[in-house]
Design a protein around this ligand. Structure first.
Ligand SMILES: [Zn+2]
Length: 331
């Protein structure tokens, strides 16, 4: 339900666009959740052993056998986009990174300036990013009637670009921006033109753009953001924010409901490239496992759903999903 790492929150009924200044925020919002990549852990009633992970040569035929003849819902995480050049900041080989929190964004003007300056540079990269074989395999499986849809934790829109039709962007997308004061929406494309006009020459001054490290949410790591001018809402002058669910925010209830409906359309669940570290994704695995339907997890490294998985395949998503599509949706 929530990406927050701090104290528990109320029900996820708020739309992002309804958020207000933290001074007047509802008391159910925690004050300044600590920024950390460590998720809030769930206390299990018991501690079942993890399902052992198989390598691709054994795992693939087992996955094909398990999924054949079933309608499959898919949950994807950052791991499916790493082959498109978008780093997975939770992956086993990733450096520790502190994701932005909602409270930081709304309460600190300097933080916001830095955020938008980096986003202004990073945007160019994410915009150029292309789907990889894993995205294309899932689109192929959907067109063949095997996959019923994709619930993604990624904000990169690569499933849409690959041709998947039924996609729920659980955490929003980088392509939309919303005013926190009046709810007015603009596309990130439109905002890019305004930021460019407000900050002529900024990108060039940052230097070798090609060497800038990009995070999954179009955040580029650059040294100096001094002097960057942030764009405000052109309707009310309010605070603009990417329509992405950040740490400290809840996924809108309506979106959660659509994701559950998608998952309940299926006979099985396939998790691809997610460690399921955040509750917003893990809840679906728990839900499907409790219903007695099979759960297949394809991921490099351990996941929070390992004890609930029917089958675990320890392999990259591009090769595994392609092989699955070749077996279940031959051309
Ligand atoms: Zn506004």
């Amino acid at each position: 339900m929530t990406l927050v790492t701090g104290p528990p929150q109320g029900p996820a009924t708020s739309r992002i666009g309804t958020y207000r200044d933290p001074v007047t925020a509802p008391s159910s919002r925690p004050p300044a959740a600590p920024p950390t990549v460590t998720p809030r852990t769930i206390t299990p009633r018991f501690d079942p052993p993890s399902t052992p992970a198989l390598e691709l040569d054994e795992g693939l035929p087992a996955a094909v056998e398990l999924l054949r003849g079933r309608r499959v819902a898919v949950i994807t995480g950052a791991g499916v986009s790493t082959d498109s050049g978008i780093p997975d900041y939770r992956g086993p080989d990733s450096p520790p990174r502190r994701p932005m929190t909602y409270q930081q964004f709304v309460s600190d003007p300097d933080f916001r300036r830095t955020y938008w300056a980096r986003n202004h540079v990073g945007w160019r990269y994410v915009h150029r990013t292309q789907p990889n074989a894993g995205h294309r395999a899932l689109a192929r499986l959907e067109h063949a009637g095997v996959v019923v849809g994709v619930v993604t934790q990624n904000v990169d829109r690569l499933h849409h670009l690959a041709g998947s039709r039924r996609v729920i962007d659980l955490h929003g997308t980088y392509a939309d921006v919303v005013c926190l004061d009046c709810g007015h929406r603009v596309t990130r494309d439109t905002l890019a033109q305004r930021l460019e006009a407000l900050n002529p020459g900024f990108v060039e001054a940052v230097g070798a753009v090609a060497d800038v490290e990009i995070a999954p949410d179009a955040d580029a790591v650059i040294e100096s953001t001094q002097g960057f001018v942030v764009a405000d809402c052109d309707v009310c002058g309010g605070m603009l924010k990417p329509e992405i669910v950040y740490f400290g925010e809840s996924v809108p209830r309506e979106r959660v409901d659509r994701a559950f409906a998608l998952v309940d359309d299926a006979d099985a669940l396939l998790v691809a490239g997610s460690s399921l570290a955040v509750m917003s994704g893990f809840r679906f695995v728990r839900h499907v496992a409790r219903s007695g339907r099979p759960v297949v997890v394809v991921n490099r490294g351990a996941t929070r759903g390992d004890a609930l998985a029917t089958l675990r395949v320890h392999a990259g998503t591009s090769e595994t999903l392609t092989a699955l599509a070749d077996a279940l949706a031959p051309a």
